[in-house]
Design a binder for this molecule. Structure first.
Ligand code: GLN
Length: 305
């Protein structure tokens, strides 16, 4: 028998059908070509049960939803103190592609904006950082994942802004690899191909303190996972972080291909997908879907329960 939870998730898709504002990201040519009407939701409990509806098997690129996981790997690789010397944890209040640096020490303000994520990428490990991240993601989603080379090449062809950020970061002395390498690796990291079902498993692994719910494998340390989730809560939705946290109330991260992951620690991982973006670069329908899910299922962390 079909689970009533799937019927409920279908209802969320129907209820948000009127949210047609926004547009797919156009600064990466390959993303601009995406079918804007694709839509999907997936949810995974900390016991590993996945519920997925809509275009749940469609592949799209992870984009900035890779940033929390890369941050986790950098912490595991270098230790938190060293990572904090390179990247801060303060919300910037600026758009994701701004050069938001701490005026006191010249570090990027946080690892969720591009400047911080390019720095984090350079800290992940000395050789093959992208492979290392693909292995981590593969362990979370229980299948091998790959880079979408077409999207990576497309972003690489329009990378002036991220290269500009990287050269400035290098001049500040915060990058741990040459700027061109940090940007080309970061772009490949962002081009990892995933489904909404994969993202729900990744979110559930964070919800479960860094342990993959089905395999029982610890993929990130408990303290690392807490750090990652804390930064997602304060900075994950960029300059919409305050709106997001008051309305939805869970740590989250969006990506410019239209995905959003949300994590209720100890309970559930959520993922939504719809390519049209709002002015902050977050999926417009995705935000609405998450608001309804949070409301209906009482997910907001500031509710007494
Ligand atoms: N790869 C994208 C970029 O650097 C990621 C941005 C995002 O998803 N917000 O512009």
């Amino acid at each position: 028998m079909r689970s009533p939870i799937l019927d409920y998730l279908d209802e969320i898709i129907e209820k948000t059908a009127e949210v047609t504002g926004g547009a797919p990201a156009d600064y990466i040519p390959e993303l601009a070509a995406a079918d804007p009407d694709r839509v999907a939701i997936a949810m995974c409990t900390v016991s590993g049960t996945v519920y997925a509806v809509g275009d749940a098997e469609d592949l799209f690129t992870i984009q900035s939803m890779s940033k929390p996981f890369a941050y986790g790997l950098a912490i595991e690789q270098r230790g938190l103190d060293e990572v904090l010397e390179h990247v801060g944890v303060e919300p910037s209040g600026d758009a994701f592609n701004e050069l938001s640096l701490d005026p006191e020490n010249g570090r990027p303000l946080n690892p969720m904006i591009n400047a911080g994520a390019i720095t984090t990428h350079s800290l992940m490990c000395t050789t093959d950082p992208v492979d290392r991240l693909l292995t981590l993601i593969g362990a979370m989603v229980e299948r091998p994942v790959e880079v979408d080379e077409k999207v990576a090449a497309s972003e690489q062809s329009e990378a002036s802004r991220n290269l500009g950020l990287a050269y400035l970061l290098d001049a500040q002395g915060v990058l741990a690899s040459p700027p061109q390498d940090a940007v080309s690796g970061y772009i490949r990291q962002c081009s990892t191909s995933v489904t909404v079902r994969d993202l729900a498993l990744m979110a559930a692994t964070l919800a479960n303190g860094g342990v993959q719910p089905n395999t029982g494998e610890r993929v990130l340390g408990r303290r690392t996972t807490r750090q990652v989730l804390s930064v997602m809560a304060s900075c994950g939705m960029y300059d919409a972080a305050g709106d997001w946290f008051t309305a939805v109330g869970i740590p989250a991260k969006s990506g410019v291909a239209g995905g959003i992951i949300g994590v209720l620690p100890g309970q559930v991982g959520l993922a939504v997908f719809s390519p049209r973006l709002d002015a902050h670069g977050n999926s417009a329908r995705g935000v609405k879907m998450m608001e309804l899910l949070s409301e209906d299922m009482d997910l907001h962390l500031m509710d007494p329960g």
